[in-house]
Ligand binder design. Structure first.
Ligand SMILES: Cc1cc2nc3c(=O)[nH]c(=O)nc-3n(C[C@H](O)[C@H](O)[C@H](O)COP(=O)(O)OP(=O)(O)OC[C@H]3O[C@@H](n4cnc5c(N)ncnc54)[C@H](O)[C@@H]3O)c2cc1C
Length: 364
């Protein structure tokens, strides 16, 4: 008997969540990650961690939006079982625009109505509503749209807490352990799961099927204790659409650019100007904020912008990837689907679907 039933390569957001859930099911699991429990090598470390299925419905696939709603429920359950504190807010989100950009709001609303799949409708907020609910934005915007069913997490607290939860549940976590050859993991485990995000690009693209690529995203982290926002705010803007996510203790995550490029070099001057101009446009008090960091991450993306679970039965390999810009929003439901796939194959079955996702088979 091998020491483990499952070895996971890649312990970013999806890998550590899956490892934890497998261990909770009593499945002996070892997790290898190139980085540390802090997750500094992952896209998750950079992300804003908005849980925004309604706003994403504007240009997201309906399947992804459904995964977003089911994942919100799962986050609520998970966070009750995780010991470390994680900032998790479900205050909805606010969409604002300047008067001259009202056409953008009409387009946003049209997309939202078209995408409507049982979600609570957006509420039209007047200047008074904005002033009542977001006092510091009072007088700055004459209208807004409130999306009630949205939330956010603190990304770094979440991934650190998941590392700890996985370890406590019995996962053998091997940090600073890059995996270049997945086959080698079979010496340790019956089945291997590849959750290396963009780090899996070469292996994923060798198998044919949809191509995996990186989409560059840039964010800034700013401390601005004098600004108080109660929920994420999105600015509709013709040149720099952005979001401002208030975390704890005056921390704001501002993002994000979306550039079809695998260049992961530092944030460009142009993107910095855009991010900070838009931030200043939301509230000039941000002008006195302090820039803690600017960061770049590559979102692991498939051509249809949806996640995939692929199973190579002969090689006893499962690949899960393509979380794109929705990793925090959908990873619980994707992880549950991976766990269901693993339970199926360990039991000698060949599941066609797992949770809300199809399982795609490669080879025999
Ligand atoms: C700028 C930006 C903003 C974002 N904002 C949001 C948001 O607001 N809401 C949201 O839902 N999503 C957001 N995302 C998307 C989210 O971060 C990703 O979808 C998610 O992190 C993908 O999870 P993953 O586990 O597949 O990959 P990752 O989180 O990137 O994890 C991959 C892991 O694999 C490891 N790895 C790589 N290669 C190897 C190797 N050879 N051996 C061992 N380990 C390896 C890495 O160390 C890493 O820990 C954002 C992303 C970016 C870049």
């Amino acid at each position: 008997m091998k020491p483990y039933q499952v070895a996971i390569a890649g312990g970013g957001l999806l890998g550590r969540l899956t490892a934890w859930r497998l261990a909770e099911q009593g499945i002996r699991t070892v997790l290898y990650d190139a980085g540390s429990p802090t997750g500094e090598n992952s896209a998750a470390y950079v992300a804003a961690a908005m849980l925004a299925p309604a706003a994403e419905a504007v240009d997201g696939a309906p399947e992804v939006i459904a995964l977003g709603y089911s994942s919100l429920k799962l986050w609520r359950q998970y966070l009750k079982r995780i010991n470390s504190p994680v900032f998790f807010q479900e205050n909805g989100s606010l969409i604002v625009w300047h008067n001259q950009d009202a056409a953008l709001k009409n387009r946003f609303l049209q997309h939202l109505e078209r995408a409507h799949n049982g979600m609570q409708p957006a509420q039209q907020w007047s200047a008074d509503d904005i002033a009542r609910n977001e006092p510091q934005l009072g007088g700055r915007f004459s209208q807004g749209l409130f999306l009630p069913e949205e939330g956010q997490l603190d990304n770094r607290q979440t991934i650190a807490a998941l590392a700890e939860a996985a370890q406590q549940a019995g996962v053998d976590c091997r940090w600073h352990a890059p995996v270049d050859n997945l086959d080698e993991l079979h010496a340790q485990a019956d089945w291997v799961i590849d959750c290396r995000g963009i780090g899996a690009r070469q292996a994923w693209n060798q198998s044919g099927g949809t191509r995996l690529r990186g989409i560059r995203g840039e964010v800034a982290r700013v401390i601005a204790p004098e600004v108080k926002l109660n929920r994420p705010v999105r600015l509709l803007h013709p040149r720099y659409p952005l979001y401002v996510c208030p975390k704890e203790n005056g921390l704001y995550v501002i993002g994000a650019t979306q550039i079809d490029s695998e260049d992961d070099s530092p944030v460009s001057v142009r993107s910095s100007l855009e991010l900070f101009s838009a931030l200043y446009a939301v509230h000039p008090a941000f002008g006195e904020g302090r820039v803690l960091e600017t960061n770049v991450g590559l979102r692991p993306t498939l051509v249809h912008d949806r996640p995939e679970i692929r199973c190579h039965a002969e090689k006893q390999l499962i690949e899960a990837n393509g979380l794109f810009r929705h990793g925090f929003m959908i990873s619980p439901s994707v992880a549950e689907a991976v766990v269901e796939t693993v339970s199926g194959v360990l039991g000698g079955n060949r599941p066609e679907t797992a949770g809300e996702l199809p399982v795609l088979y490669c080879g025999n």
